[in-house]
Design a protein around this ligand. Structure first.
Ligand code: UT7
Length: 317
């Protein structure tokens, strides 16, 4: 039989080389949002932990934010954009005329030799894309991969919708994934339940609509089990973790999951949502970038529309 991959050399493992975040310039507190939806600063803080979020200005479009985060991650890794072989963009808020946003992001970063594709798994998009990047690197299909989670949620939320207007924020987070002598990105545990997709969906105008309590109940029942399975797949226990970085959906979901996992006080639990809101596919890399002094194993869990979920353990860069 002919060997069709004679020229391809895979790698034993992959790792996150660097992480970076782009936060839009404008910070918005709860009061102006609450005024439009018969809510209050107190209710928003109590029900989801958010004190403020960033909102993109007209010049901070999705490509600009994604490329800024990606370029910063490349600079942090000391890697030239021409060395990048793939750019993956996880997003659910691309509304431009281009069919896919990743080629625009690659171009803006100067990654002219890279393959580029969008990855749509909503708020689970980052761990889905990380599993893809890990497989690309280990198979030899890619060397360095820039993986960006980016959202301009302002474009897809209704500022008068009581269940979403206060929750979401804009921004981008990025990692560079590259070859490593050992596996520093653990096995992914992932899945989806399309039979429940109606609880988080676009309406006819492309606006995101959410049945909040239903999504909340699903998340608190599914996420701890997915997290435990990712720990088992990596061959470690919760006590070995240095950090827990879940999708920043709601501080109450983060806290409930951390308690269900029995995380000790030594585990840093990401709470970026407090000042960043829920930034969809961007929330995990942004929260990772907000824990700069933490090294060692971190458990990532993404979940949301689809309904989709994915989790893996990684070594923090
Ligand atoms: O990122 C993708 C995945 N998304 C998520 O994981 C989000 C999951 N869902 C949630 O985080 C929560 O459901 C929300 C934060 C969106 C809403 O919080 P909740 O505690 O589930 O609110 P609820 O809809 O159950 O409403 C509870 C009460 C109701 O009042 P009564 O009937 O108890 O008097 C609502 O009318 O809060 C009221 N309420 C509000 N009050 C002030 C609902 N929305 C608001 C609001 N401001 N915006």
């Amino acid at each position: 039989m002919v060997n069709l991959s004679a020229s391809r050399t895979g790698h034993l493992g992959s790792r996150i080389v660097s992480v970076a975040s782009y936060r839009p310039r404008t910070e918005v507190g709860n009061e102006p949002i609450a005024a439009l939806i018969d809510s209050s600063d107190e209710w928003i803080r109590r029900r989801c932990g958010i004190e403020s979020r960033r909102r993109a200005a007209p010049d901070e479009d999705l490509v600009t934010m994604a490329a800024a985060a990606g370029s910063k991650a490349l600079a942090g890794a000391g890697i030239d954009p021409h060395e990048v072989s793939a750019v993956l963009v996880a997003t659910m808020s691309h509304r431009g005329r281009a069919t896919t946003v990743a080629p625009l992001v690659a171009d803006a970063m100067g990654a002219t030799a890279a393959a580029a594709m969008d990855l749509g798994a909503a708020c689970a998009g980052f761990p889905y894309a990380l599993a893809t990047a890990d497989a690309l690197v280990r198979s030899g299909a890619a060397g360095y991969v820039v993986l960006v989670g980016a959202e301009r949620m302002t474009d897809i939320i209704d500022e008068r919708d009581r269940s979403t207007a206060f929750l979401f924020g804009d921004g981008a987070g990025a990692v560079v994934v590259g070859p490593a002598p050992t596996c520093e990105i653990g096995p992914v545990v992932w899945g989806a339940d399309g039979s429940r997709s109606e609880v988080l969906r676009y309406d006819e105008a492309g606006i995101l609509r959410m049945a909040g309590p239903e999504v909340f109940r699903w998340a608190t029942s599914v996420v701890p089990d997915v997290a435990r399975r990712a720990l088992d797949a990596a061959g470690i226990s919760a006590s070995d973790l240095a950090a827990f970085i879940p999708h920043q959906a709601n501080l109450r979901i983060t806290t409930a999951t951390a308690n269900a996992l029995g995380l000790g006080p030594h585990v840093r639990v990401a709470t970026d949502i407090v000042t960043n809101g829920n930034t969809g596919a961007a929330s995990i890399p942004q929260a990772m970038a907000a824990l700069p002094d933490t090294t060692g194993p971190a458990l990532l869990v993404g979940f949301g529309a689809g309904l989709s979920y994915a989790a893996q353990v990684v070594t923090l860069p």
